[in-house]
Design a protein. Structure first.
Length: 239
């Protein structure tokens, strides 16, 4: 159990982010629950965290809005940050619209900068040997039809993660990336799952707890010598 260590999990009102927030809370962390649209689901997550005996605060901001991120986050201090929030707007490239490209890049990649910029220097100044975990995707490692924008944004996250890890290593702050495969969430509700499962050596979807448990490990003291790594949770997909 880890006491008095607070973690921000972006996009933690549902899906993988919610599972990460709850898993971390079960392992002794206080959680700031972030959302942008669904306050009810964010409140549900916060209530579950409190039921586990941990503290929870709800934060609302749009990760693609730099000024909003700075306004909400500039006075907050964290041991850990999980950059989970992201979106997908799939379309094959010949008909991919400019706004579909811009919104995915601005959210998934520029959001990395917008969220971390107000938070990293306070971690350094307070000598917090903390943890930063980003969320990429198997699509960044192998590509995927209809996801040029998404793959580009998630590949950018990998590069940014590795570079930031180098910059912060001497401060004792680790920066790692988790790259999930096909995880059973609402995000894949329109995906032809029977066909997808044929491509996965384990022949099943991943579960949110399988991603959350890795994040929990990377947050732990046991992971203090692991940094700049990309770890896939994908059932063997595209190895």
């Amino acid at each position: 159990m880890v006491d008095n260590k607070k973690i921000l999990v972006t996009g933690s009102s549902r899906g993988i982010g919610r599972e990460i927030a709850l898993y971390l809370a079960k392992n002794g962390f206080d959680i700031d629950v972030h959302y942008v649209g669904n306050q009810t689901k964010a409140q549900d997550t916060a209530d579950e965290i409190k039921a586990l005996g941990r503290n929870a605060k709800i934060l609302k901001f749009d990760i693609k809005n730099r000024e909003e991120c700075a306004s909400v986050l500039s006075d907050r201090l964290y041991y850990g940050i999980v950059l989970n929030a992201g979106i997908a707007k799939d379309n094959v490239f010949p008909v991919l619209e400019g706004d579909e490209w811009d919104e995915v890049i601005d959210t998934n990649l520029t959001g990395f900068y917008n969220v971390l910029k107000p938070l990293v220097m306070p971690m350094i100044s307070n000598r917090i040997k903390g943890r930063i975990i980003t969320m990429s995707s198997v699509a960044a490692l192998s590509g995927n039809r209809g996801q040029v924008n998404y793959s580009a944004s998630k590949a950018g996250i990998i590069g940014a993660t590795k570079s930031l890890a180098l910059e912060l290593a001497k401060r004792g702050i680790t920066v790692n990336c988790v790259a999930p495969g096909v995880i059973d969430t609402d995000m894949i509700k329109d995906v032809p799952l029977d066909e997808i499962k044929k491509l996965i050596p384990m022949k099943r979807l991943g579960q949110t707890r399988e991603v959350a448990s890795l994040v929990n490990y990377l947050m732990s003291e046991d992971a203090s010598y692991i940094t700049g790594q990309v770890i896939s949770v994908n059932g063997g997909l595209y190895l």
